[in-house]
Design a protein around this ligand. Sequence first.
Ligand SMILES: NC(=O)C1=CN([C@@H]2O[C@H](COP(=O)(O)OP(=O)(O)OC[C@H]3O[C@@H](n4cnc5c(N)ncnc54)[C@H](OP(=O)(O)O)[C@@H]3O)[C@@H](O)[C@H]2O)C=CC1
Ligand SMILES: O=CC(=O)O
Length: 321
Amino acid sequence: MKIFITRVLPPAGLAMLERAGVQVTQWTERRGLSHDELVAHCQQYDALLLASDNTIDRAFLEQCRHLKVISLLSVGYDKVDIAAANELGIPVTNTPGVLSAATADTAFLLMLASSRKAFFQHKRIIRGEWGFSEPTANLGIALEGKTLGIWGLGSIGYVMAQRCVQAFGMKVIYHNRGRNEAAEKELGAQWVSFEELLAQSDVLSVHTALTPETAGRFNMTAFSQMKPSAIFVNAARGAIHHEGDLIAAIQQGIIWGAGLDVTNPEPMQPDNPLLEMPTVAVLPHIGSATAETRNAMSEMAAQNIIASMKGEPLPNQVTSL
Ligand SMILES: NC(=O)C1=CN([C@@H]2O[C@H](COP(=O)(O)OP(=O)(O)OC[C@H]3O[C@@H](n4cnc5c(N)ncnc54)[C@H](OP(=O)(O)O)[C@@H]3O)[C@@H](O)[C@H]2O)C=CC1
Ligand SMILES: O=CC(=O)O
């Protein structure tokens, strides 16, 4: 089997593919491939390992019907038209679970950074503005005993909740379409309506997938129902929040601040007002970026390719839309 990888793959997955006798070509240039370039490249390969944020739409899939599998190096698959892939018989796989701890840690870091204005304080030092210490200046918000609201308490949301319970004794409330009984039993998490989640959370952390139902849900209508002291965290997908409304909500004191690993659009431009706000912390979509996690993801993505090559069931096929 000949496969094309849209970035350089972490070493563990690469070694696994090579051991299995898969012929690997990696895109090593330090620029992304355009849609048309990716279509053209894929003509020469049996499978695609997608390690970039290219959109896999119906047009792409129709021109690449020969692909035996599209293996994503991510858990999120919102960039792929799964309905079209199903229709055309092209299996798509992802990497769930192995990245949950790293991504939850990123959300946890952002929560803390916003609560203590950490990124802003760092910038003050760089600008030579350490100044003299004052008891009433540079105050943050304590997290001990506060209420964590999770929108989308699944794999990543569970670890975020666990961290917050263990570190700060936080009370966990959540809103999913269904119930997470393990989180209720093990973490004391309490299911609430979306409106209650907005009203009661001191920290509201988003961990749903991006779907037509979740896109844009955090707009001014939602922010207006939150506490003025609330921290909004998004380590899921930028399109779940409305960026202009988030800027206005923080500027107007409707909420306290935000921690974002994902922005809308990506990349965020350097002149974005959020970057100058003391209570905002932004990271460039690095949720799963630890060496250990990226290696584990690459092995999972490689296993999906190898299973396809051997004609075995794919371990992580995305079945639902
Ligand atoms: N920043 C980063 O680098 C990363 C970001 N991500 C993002 O995180 C997302 C979540 O990943 P993961 O935890 O593994 O996924 P899971 O599927 O395990 O969890 C998602 C949760 O969201 C809930 N959910 C889905 N739709 C809705 C809705 N409309 N309203 C309320 N709850 C909803 C689901 O519960 P129910 O079905 O009961 O509603 C489920 O519990 C990914 O899809 C990806 O986009 C993932 C990894 C890294
Ligand atoms: O954003 C990352 C993912 O795995 O999804």
